[in-house]
Design a protein around this ligand. Structure first.
Ligand SMILES: C[S@@+](CC[C@H](N)C(=O)[O-])C[C@H]1O[C@@H](n2cnc3c(N)ncnc32)[C@H](O)[C@@H]1O
Length: 214
């Protein structure tokens, strides 16, 4: 169920769900889905036997994720809050993240309403950088981060930041998709900034996998 103003699962959700299905997940593994939206990824992890916590900064998303968990008969702990604040001091075997990552022609502070699910500052990294810096202390030894983002928001920087923190990081999935309404609306600005070439007609999504060595 998608409540108004909550991000409906899309190609990025599906790409990350595919990567999740490739992970071995022991029963009872502690899983965090940060920026859960409808809870689609949290539900997928719970179906695999994970003990799942989901976090979102949007109250509507929190309500949607709780409703969807109840409808599916799955136990998921859903918390409202900013990124990792609601789970401070906890550690996880797996962290799932489909954060806002779209470069936006205005500063992140202006982001409100539904756009909070995708707009991420002029370089698209407003939330990505925070995740890269903060996630290492949330992972247990052998723990894994699966994160989806656009090639427009510099996946190489994501890999570099995670490696600097001691994680083994690489891109494990890629998918090219047609521009959605958000990119179409700012295509000109993206071309002016050099983030899209004149011939680009598709966006590439990537999944970065990062593991904290045992
Ligand atoms: C691209 S949507 C992904 C939703 C869902 N995980 C999916 O894959 O369909 C990003 C989600 O992150 C949430 N979000 C944005 N900034 C956040 C923050 N600082 N802390 C927690 N959640 C945030 C948004 O409200 C939105 O639900």
């Amino acid at each position: 169920m998608v409540l108004p103003g909550v991000y409906a699962p899309q190609e990025d959700t599906a790409l990350l769900a595919g990567a999740l299905s490739d992970e071995s997940l022991r029963p009872g593994a502690a899983v965090l889905d940060v920026g859960t939206g409808t809870g689609a990824l949290a539900l997928a992890a719970a179906r695999r036997g994970g003990r799942v916590t989901a976090v979102d900064v949007s109250w509507r998303a929190v309500c949607a994720a709780r409703l969807n968990a109840a409808r599916a008969g799955l136990r998921i702990r859903v918390r409202h809050g900013n990124l990792f604040t609601p789970v401070g001091g906890e550690t996880f075997d797996l962290v799932l993240a489909n954060p806002p990552y779209v470069p936006a022609p205005y500063s992140g502070r202006r982001t409100r309403g539904s756009a909070r699910a995708w707009d991420a500052g002029s370089d698209g990294r407003m939330v990505l950088d925070r995740i890269c810096l903060e996630v290492p202390r949330l992972l247990r030894p052998g723990g894994v981060l699966l994160l989806v983002q656009s090639a427009l928001s510099d996946p190489a920087r994501t890999e570099a930041l995670l490696r600097e923190a001691g994680l083994k990081a690489s891109v494990i999935r890629r998918r090219r998709i047609a521009f959605g309404p958000v990119l179409r609306g700012r295509e000109r600005w993206l071309r002016q900034r050099g983030l899209l070439s004149l011939t680009d007609r598709e966006e590439e999504l990537v999944v970065v996998r990062a593991e904290l060595p045992v």
